[in-house]
Design a protein around this ligand. Structure first.
Ligand SMILES: Cc1cc2nc3c(=O)[nH]c(=O)nc-3n(C[C@H](O)[C@H](O)[C@H](O)COP(=O)(O)OP(=O)(O)OC[C@H]3O[C@@H](n4cnc5c(N)ncnc54)[C@H](O)[C@@H]3O)c2cc1C
Length: 421
C-alpha cells in the first residue's frame, strides 16, 4: 500500500493482449506507478488471432506475435513476470498470492485473465487425459502441439464450426490435409451470424474440399489400444469419422474464478462499469473476462475480440490516471478464411431486416443488419471500403433506405452522409 512518499503499485493479472496494452497505455497516459504484469504462460504477451491463421500455417514465428518486443518492457519500466499464476486475492489486505509462493501487495489491481477453451463433453474424453492428438486452441503451446500432426495427407477433424474452427479448417485444407468439420447446430456460425452468411461459408469450405457435417453432435471418442490417441469421433446418430488429429473449438469460458473467490460480482464475466471498474474502487477488469455495459445496445455484453481488449485497456489506463474515458466503442471483429477477409461491426442480434449489398454467390459482398430502420450491424466480405463506411453507419445507428443500401450503383458513402430518411 502506498504512503505519500512511496510509489503506487499497479498489479495486472494476466499477460495477454489486454494486460500488455494496459501497461503501455498507462505509461503513455503519464503514469509513474510501478507496473507489474503477472502471467501464467511462459511467454511475453502475444496476439492470439494469428494462432488459427498465419502462425498455424507456419507463415510467421512467435516473435511476430508479440504485442511488444521484449526489450520494450524494460524501456518502459514495466515488470513482466511470466510462468507464474495469481492464485488468491485478498481485497481487504490488498494482497495477491502467487504460484511461486510469493505475495504481492497492490494499490490497484486489474484482472486481465481472458478465458480458456470450453472442454469437450463426450464419452471417453475424461477417461483419457493423455490424448496426444486431441487439441484445443488458445495458446502458442496448443498450436505447437497441433503442429506435430499438421501434416499434408493427415485427417483432421474439427469439433465446432465457429470462426476459430473454420479458420483452422481453411489453414489445414490449404496445407493439404483432409478436413471434416462437425458442427452440433444445423449450420456453421449459428451462434454468431444469419443463415445467409452461414450458407456462404459452408459453400466456400465445401468448394475447397472441406467436409462439413451439421447437426453432428459428438457423443464419444474411439482411442487406439494404448488409449493415448483418438482414432475416430462418434456422433449421436452413430456415424464415425476417422481422425489423425482432432481440434476442439466449441467456445470460451471466461477466467473469472479468481475474481469470484475474492467476492467480486461475476455473471459470465467479471462485472465492470463503462470505466472498467468493479464494485471495489481499487480493482478493475478488462478484456475477454469482463461483462460490461454497452450504451449503444442498452445492455451488458461480454466480447471476445482484440478491439475490445484494446479499447478497455485504454479506458482502464485513463481511469487509473484519474481521467474519465468511458468505454463506448462499437464492437468489431474479423475472420480470415482462405482468400476471404470478413470484417464485422456491431451486434446483429435483434435485427428485423437483413439487406445484402452484392451477392453471396460471389466472394465479395456486404450484409447490413437493420432494426426499426436503423443500421445496427454489418458484415463485409472482401470489402474493406464498405466496412469503413459501415462502421460509421453502425456507430451513428443511421436510418438508411434499405433499397438504396442494396443498390450497388449508389455509393455507400453518399448514404452515410445523407440526411436520415
Ligand atoms: C485462435 C484464436 C483466434 C482469434 N482470432 C481473433 C480475430 O481474428 N479477431 C479478434 O478480434 N479476436 C480474435 N481472437 C480473440 C482475441 O485473441 C481475444 O479477444 C484477446 O486475446 C483477448 O485478450 P485478453 O488479454 O482479454 O485475454 P487473453 O488473451 O486470454 O489473455 C489472458 C492471459 O491471462 C492469463 N491468466 C489467466 N488467469 C491467470 C492467473 N490467475 N494468473 C496469471 N495469469 C493468468 C491467461 O493464461 C492468458 O495468458 C482469437 C482468439 C483465438 C484463441
Amino acid at each position: 500500500m502506498t504512503s505519500p512518499d512511496q510509489q503506487q503499485l499497479i498489479l495486472i493479472v494476466g499477460a495477454g493482449q489486454a494486460g500488455a496494452e494496459l501497461a503501455f497505455a498507462l505509461r503513455q497516459t503519464g503514469s509513474t506507478a510501478r507496473i507489474v504484469i503477472v502471467g501464467d504462460e511462459p511467454f511475453a504477451p502475444y496476439q492470439r488471432p494469428p494462432l488459427s491463421k498465419s502462425y498455424l500455417a507456419g507463415k510467421v514465428d512467435l516473435a511476430a506475435l508479440y504485442v511488444k518486443p521484449k526489450e520494450a518492457y524494460d524501456t518502459a519500466n514495466i515488470e513482466l513476470r511470466t510462468a507464474v499464476r495469481a492464485e488468491h486475492v485478498d481485497r481487504s489486505a490488498k494482497v495477491v498470492r502467487l504460484s511461486d509462493g510469493s505475495t504481492m501487495l497492490y494499490d490497484k489491481l486489474v484482472f486481465a485473465t481472458g478465458g480458456r477453451p470450453r472442454p469437450l463433453q463426450a464419452k471417453g474424453v475424461q477417461d483419457a487425459p493423455r490424448l496426444g492428438n486431441l487439441h484445443y486452441l488458445r495458446t502458442v503451446g496448443d498450436v505447437d502441439r497441433i503442429h506435430r500432426q499438421f501434416q499434408p495427407g493427415f485427417r483432421m477433424v474439427l469439433i465446432g464450426g465457429g470462426y476459430v474452427g473454420l479458420e483452422v479448417a481453411a489453414a489445414a485444407r490449404e496445407h493439404g490435409m483432409h478436413v471434416t468439420v462437425l458442427e452440433a447446430m444445423p449450420r456453421v456460425l449459428a451462434r454468431v451470424t444469419v443463415p445467409e452468411i452461414s450458407a456462404f461459408y459452408e459453400r466456400v469450405h465445401r468448394e475447397a474440399g472441406v467436409e462439413i457435417r451439421t447437426s453432428a453432435v459428438v457423443s464419444s471418442i474411439v482411442t487406439d489400444e494404448s488409449g493415448d490417441a483418438v482414432t475416430a469421433i462418434v456422433c449421436s446418430d452413430g456415424s464415425t469419422t476417422p481422425a489423425d488429429v482432432v481440434v476442439v473449438g466449441i467456445g470460451l469460458l471466461p477466467n473469472t474464478e479468481l475474481a469470484e473467490r475474492s467476492g467480486l460480482e461475476v455473471k459470465d464475466g467479471i462485472v465492470v462499469d463503462e470505466l472498467t471498474r468493479t464494485a471495489d474502487p481499487d480493482v478493475l477488469a478488462i478484456g475477454d473476462c469482463t461483462r460490461h455495459p454497452n450504451v449503444m445496445y442498452g445492455r451488458h455484453v461480454r466480447l471476445e475480440s482484440v478491439p475490445n481488449a484494446l479499447e478497455q485497456a485504454r479506458t482502464a489506463a485513463a481511469t487509473l490516471c484519474g481521467q474519465h474515458r468511458p468505454h463506448h466503442a462499437v464492437p468489431w471483429f474479423w475472420s480470415d478464411q482462405f482468400d476471404l477477409k470478413l470484417q464485422m461491426v456491431g451486434l446483429a442480434d435483434g435485427h428485423d431486416r437483413l439487406v445484402l449489398r452484392g451477392s453471396t454467390s460471389t466472394r465479395s459482398f456486404s450484409a447490413f443488419y437493420m432494426k426499426e430502420g436503423r443500421v445496427i450491424a454489418a458484415d463485409a466480405v472482401n470489402r474493406p471500403q464498405d466496412f469503413m463506411i459501415a462502421k460509421r453507419l453502425v456507430a451513428q445507428q443511421s436510418m438508411v433506405d434499405p433499397s438504396r443500401l442494396a443498390d450497388e450503383s449508389q455509393p455507400l458513402k453518399t448514404l452515410a452522409s445523407a440526411p436520415p430518411v
